[in-house]
Design a protein around this ligand. Sequence first.
Ligand code: M6R
Length: 611
Amino acid sequence: MCGIIAGVSGHDVTGTLLEGLKRLEYRGYDSAGLALIDEQGEILRKRSTGRVKALQDEVTSDVRVRGNIGIAHTRWATHGKPTKQNAHPHICNETVALVHNGIIENHEALRASQEKMGYRFTSNTDTEVIVHQVHSNLEHSADLFSALQQTIKELEGAYSLAVISNLEPDCLVVARQGSPLVIGLCEGENFIASDVAALLTKTREFIFLEDGDVACITADNVRIVDTNGKQVDRQVHHSRLNSDSVELGEYRHYMLKEIYEQPTAAADTLEGRLSGNRLLAATFGHEADEIFDSITSVQIIACGTSYHAGLVARHWLEEFAGVATSVEVASEFRYRSHVVPENCLVISISQSGETADTLAALKYAKEIGFQHSLCICNVAESSLTRESDMVLLTHAGPEIGVASTKAFTTQLIALMQVVIALGQRNSMTHEQEERIVRELRSLPVKIAEALELDTEITVIAEKFAHKKHALFLGRGTHFPIAMEGALKLKEISYIHAEAYPAGELKHGPLALIDNEVPVIAVAPNNELLQKLKSNIQEVRARGGELIVFADPATGFKEKDGLTVIEVAPVDDIIAPIIFTIPLQLLAYRVALIKGTDVDKPRNLAKSVTVE
Ligand code: M6R
């Protein structure tokens, strides 16, 4: 989704803005641009389609492009094609320039009235109405800050905004409603951005704006008013991240780096939460005890990969904690009626904490009477964490690759901690808790072992690169893992991939099987093995090409049309986490052969902040 960076300083900010845009690239975008106020007090704008590099080349080849105040943007097209004309910043009457992340829902009505007022539109975006509105309000306002406060009262939708005007060349004004925005505090200069990653080379001191906030930022001051126009002090947070956390290092892609970071991410997500063979009660904060004591059911809401984590957790919560659990894609949950159970815990799961559908679903759940909420998230100061009663962080570190990897496995680890916390109050025995904790502790080593399959998978990947379709099969907790494997493959290699619970094959998908559609099966050694073997026979009998990721004890033997990749034996409890690793590697290796843009696959964004 769109990324914003802007700043005001005692010296030229162009380099910082371009560097910030590069660090925002992972969010997904199709054009980029920046605007500065130059020494003559004029607004200077550069925009280009494609990569930030193209913008950078344009900027560096023009010596005039310098300024102590500026705004910059990567655009992920929603309204209007990814053209130069639609790229941000948008400018009104050479006086006001603006960048926007989000969607303005009443843009048509605003556009109609602005056209009557004589404003001329140069783009097809919803954004352009905002810059004209600010310009119009500026005529009747004391300053740009008041004009923006007035403007946001007239907007419907979601936005983070950064605005500059050559009438007030020392002041950057910003606003936030539903889309993330942070202020990075520096010595003699200040910046704002869509996320901290963009500013880590400049500072580690951040203010996270809240919905409804508007801020006026100069090189040495920050003034914030809330939704009622009342001046407020927002806490300054010190980020634990440093700029290296978002560097590629020795790796060719962030996705590969993040796959290989999983042993550490797992250890970090367990750190401080286990003692001996028990989960520490303090893991969820002091208010959690009372809430957990009352919980009789769970409703999970999430999107994409995070939704798959929720599907695995449903099995665990019902089996080990004895708590009835429903899981729903957030974008569906928010648009239907619900019978709200009493004492139900809503668990939202999200890597970014900014996914618009998940955030809206949580707000909706609260509105219709769900009383308690827990958020499992990788970003401490995100919109979702702020909206939730309790937060359990996954300490995966920043995830830059659009395809979620370490976020998923750490979500599963965090969810297992929820299972223990609820299980302790219900049907879970001490022995079960001890077993789960022991298995969780073994994860960093077992994940590292699973990563050793990379070489073997690199060879198998060759079989895939020219295929157009693939089918993933799993049963029980491994059906969501098959779904996750299919999602990984399709999003980065563009091979059409679907996942089915293996028992469903004969109810339709078997019709697809021939030697052009590889079938990937996830085969741990569990009570569903014999059933899975029968399903696999159904595929073989129809000439299907099978690749089975199997525990050696399952007894699968390589033969014509059947490739077996042995995954070291693990306890059933952590098997879904371990079997995820080879599927991530498979998707990565196939994408590499196909030469796709692994970290920034076409049409996708990392942080989906629009509906
Ligand atoms: O940040 P979130 O976990 O809320 O994101 C949800 C999905 O957009 C995300 O998991 C998406 O499906 C990934 N690209 C999958 O790899």
